[in-house]
Write a protein that binds this ligand. Structure first.
Ligand SMILES: *Cc1c(COP(=O)(O)O)cnc(C)c1O
Length: 296
């Protein structure tokens, strides 16, 4: 597997006719470029957990996720890079055929343990992982250290140039970190990819320590819920790629960019706004779609 390359992050200006007419600029912070498989924001969320695990002399990272989880794959790769072992507790029975995510995680040395959906829901801890050498990271890297790691995302751009910083929201960890690192002149906009999840607001409130900037959570673009999609979203992703050369994923960033385009059409952003959209990666999850669905 390739190395993670943080220097590959760029801020790409995207010029689309509809936006120009409204005098709104869009730049994309390309965290997706750090690695072809490892989701950009997951690496940022993991970095301080890994530092902590090493400081505590732990040998093995244990974490949780589904069969297509960006977090599982990123943890496998990041643990390997840090000379740590890793164990992934995977939601659901062991499948006959592994997803590409699981195969690649295994290739990075991750040991996979499958537990039933019911047990997973109860936060069941398999016996194998009760070991003092283990360092446990919550699903999605959610927690204070994840938030602090996500704050460092903005070290890779000139945040003072933007009026709005926009991201997709799953657990809310990344958005909390962005809010903590934002300037008073940055308005942070999060697009939730979950349906009926008012808990997100509370999670984000609990993680915010340095709230100088305004922020809003938008709940209108989940497309039916987590990892749900329709042809409108897939068509948008294909046309977005042909216009901008930027690939997106159907779980997070496709919904983010779709939302921003819709919000610009509906005049959500004042004229003269300069948007920074965080491309948080996640492209590997598109492998769960039928081949040929996407043009990239
Ligand atoms: C996990 C993930 C997110 C959401 O991050 P949270 O911190 O859970 O809100 C956004 N984009 C991608 C590509 C992800 O993998």
């Amino acid at each position: 597997m390739n190395e993670i390359n943080i220097d590959a992050i760029s801020t790409d200006e995207v010029n689309l006719p509809g936006w120009k007419a409204k005098n709104i600029q869009l730049s994309v912070l390309r965290l997706d470029k750090i690695h072809p498989l490892i989701s950009g924001n997951k690496w940022f969320k993991l970095r301080f957990y890994l530092d902590d695990a090493k400081k505590l002399n732990k040998k093995t990272i244990v974490t949780y996720g589904g069969a297509w989880s960006n977090h599982i794959l990123a943890t496998a790769a990041a643990a390997k890079k840090n000379d740590l072992q890793s164990i992934g507790i995977i939601r659901g029975e062991r499948p006959a055929v592994f997803s590409s995510t699981l195969l690649q995680s295994q290739e990075s040395g991750m040991k996979l343990i499958f537990i039933s959906r019911d047990k997973y829901k109860e936060n069941f801890i398999p016996n194998e992982i009760e070991d003092e050498n283990n360092y446990i990271i919550a699903e999605g890297g959610m927690g204070e250290k994840g938030v602090d790691g996500a704050s460092t995302i903005l070290d890779h751009c000139r945040r003072e140039e933007f009026t709005h910083i926009c991201c997709a929201i799953g657990t809310g960890t990344m958005m909390s970190g962005l809010i903590n690192a934002a300037l008073p002149s940055n308005h942070v906009i999060g697009i939730s990819v979950l349906k009926n999840n008012p808990g997100t607001e509370k999670v984000i409130q609990s993680f915010i320590r340095n709230n100088q900037s305004a922020y809003n959570i938008i709940h209108d673009y989940h497309f039916g819920g987590y990892a749900k999609y329709n042809s409108g979203l897939l068509d948008f992703m294909n046309s977005y790629y042909s216009q901008t050369n930027i690939p997106t994923d159907f779980v997070y960033t496709g919904k983010l960019f779709y939302a921003l385009h819709d919000m610009v059409s509906n005049d959500y952003f004042p004229e003269g706004s300069k948007l920074l959209a965080i491309h948080s990666g996640g492209i590997q999850g598109n492998n769960s779609l039928k081949k040929g669905t996407l043009i990239f």
